[in-house]
Design a protein around this ligand. Structure first.
Ligand SMILES: [Ca+2]
Ligand SMILES: [Ca+2]
Length: 116
C-alpha cells in the first residue's frame, strides 16, 4: 500500500511540474534590424527593450528585420515607444517599404523597439 501511495505521489508531482517546464521554455524574441531591404547592409541584434535607437546610431535606418522565436517584437515610429507601432510576430520582414505608415511607409522610421 505504501508503494502505491509513493507512485501516486510521484505521478502527482510529475503532473504538477508540466506547466512549470512549459513556462521555463518561454523565451523572449530578439529582433535583428538591417540597414537595407532583404537583410542587407549593417545590422544590429536587439534582445532587450531599447527606448532610443539614437544612442547606437540606428535612428530611422531599419529597412528589414528578422524576429527570432519568442513573444515577438514591437517597432515604434518615435523614441520612448511613441508614435505608430508595428507588432511583429516571430518571422522575417524583408521589406519595410511595403508596409504602409500614414502617407509613407515604415522604411527608415523605427526609433525604438520592445521585445516580448
Ligand atoms: Ca534603410
Ligand atoms: Ca523615427
Amino acid at each position: 500500500m505504501k508503494k502505491c501511495f509513493a507512485m501516486l505521489f510521484a505521478f502527482a508531482v510529475a503532473i504538477a511540474l508540466i506547466p512549470v517546464s512549459a513556462f521555463a521554455a518561454h523565451q523572449k524574441s530578439c529582433v535583428t534590424l538591417y540597414e537595407h531591404v532583404n537583410f542587407k547592409g549593417k545590422h544590429i541584434k536587439i534582445c532587450s527593450n531599447d527606448s532610443t535607437l539614437v544612442n547606437n546610431n540606428w535612428n530611422d535606418i531599419a529597412s528589414s528585420a528578422k524576429v527570432s522565436r519568442g513573444g515577438g517584437a514591437v517597432l515604434y515610429e518615435h523614441i520612448n515607444y511613441k508614435g505608430h507601432q508595428w507588432n511583429l510576430a516571430p518571422g522575417n520582414y524583408p521589406d519595410f517599404t511595403k508596409r504602409k505608415l500614414g502617407n509613407g511607409t515604415w522604411n527608415d522610421v523605427v526609433s525604438s523597439v520592445r521585445v516580448k
